[in-house]
Design a protein around this ligand. Structure first.
Ligand SMILES: [Ca+2]
Ligand SMILES: [Ca+2]
Ligand SMILES: [Ca+2]
Ligand SMILES: [Ca+2]
Length: 247
């Protein structure tokens, strides 16, 4: 099952799913899923980005509801030049958040997990090493490939715009495919991610209201027979019994 470096949506099948709480209606629940598919990041040629394989990596969330909090952990981030990495998460509704971009410039050869949480005390550094104060706020810096805005043009089908706070996902749907896009826009150097974990707090969707009872025809058939009865008393008694039958 591990180390399937090919395809895109094939990663869905590799997601290990754990719904951690079964809440009463209206209360928040937690959904956690890990894709352990290796994401390989090849070195970029001069002035050209190289997309990861797979691109995107996907986690399929079956838990239907409204997201109230999202955190993400990138597993085994390993890169000779982490400043080259641009990583974005896209929700089932298409909302996009850049998790890290042009960060940790001097942490070449790093190999570690990185957790992103809006409630973290600090972002990853622009230059220097990543540091050890995990988790981090989503972190997007202006790199050599950008001129005025810290948003990197993710190669298609990556997001065409992006925010840098995970609260972007709040109020959106939890269920469906969540996609992680990774690419490298710095010449040379390569790396990989061992996988990623998506942690969602969500308010479950209310159960569908019950539909009308199924029509069996039993009551109508019995009333028809009652109409043929002779005598007012017999008819009345028959109808009384018939009205107790299913519609
Ligand atoms: Ca940087
Ligand atoms: Ca970049
Ligand atoms: Ca950037
Ligand atoms: Ca590179």
């Amino acid at each position: 099952m591990r180390r399937n470096g090919t395809g895109t949506l094939s990663a869905i099948a590799l997601a290990a799913v754990a719904i951690l709480a079964l809440p009463a209606a209206g209360q928040a629940a937690t959904f956690t899923s890990t894709s352990d598919t290796l994401i390989q990041v090849p070195p970029a040629p001069v002035l050209t980005a190289s997309i990861a394989d797979p691109y995107p990596s996907a986690i399929s969330v079956p838990a239907a509801g409204t997201v109230s909090e999202a955190t993400v952990t990138l597993l085994g981030v390993n890169h000779a030049s982490p400043d080259d990495l641009d990583v974005a998460l896209v929700s089932p509704s298409g909302a996009a958040v850049t998790l890290m971009s042009d960060a940790c410039e001097l942490d070449g050869g790093m190999s570690r997990n990185l957790t992103f949480d809006d409630d973290a005390s600090a972002a990853l550094p622009n230059s220097g090493n990543c540091g050890s104060v995990d988790p981090y706020k989503p972190s997007n810096y202006i790199g050599g490939d950008e001129i005025t805005v810290p948003f990197d043009p993710f190669p298609a089908p990556g997001p065409s715009s992006s925010n840098v706070v995970l609260s972007t996902f709040e109020g959106g749907p939890s269920n469906g495919a969540w996609h992680l896009y990774v690419f490298d826009d710095g010449f040379n150097n390569s790396g990989s991610l061992a996988g990623w974990t998506l942690n969602l707090e969500y308010v479950p969707a209310p159960p569908a209201p019950p539909g009308p009872p199924a029509v069996t025809g039993q009551r109508a058939a019995a009333l028809k027979k009652c109409a043929k009865k002779k005598g007012k008393k017999k008819k009345k008694k028959c109808k009384k019994r018939a009205k107790k039958l299913p519609i």
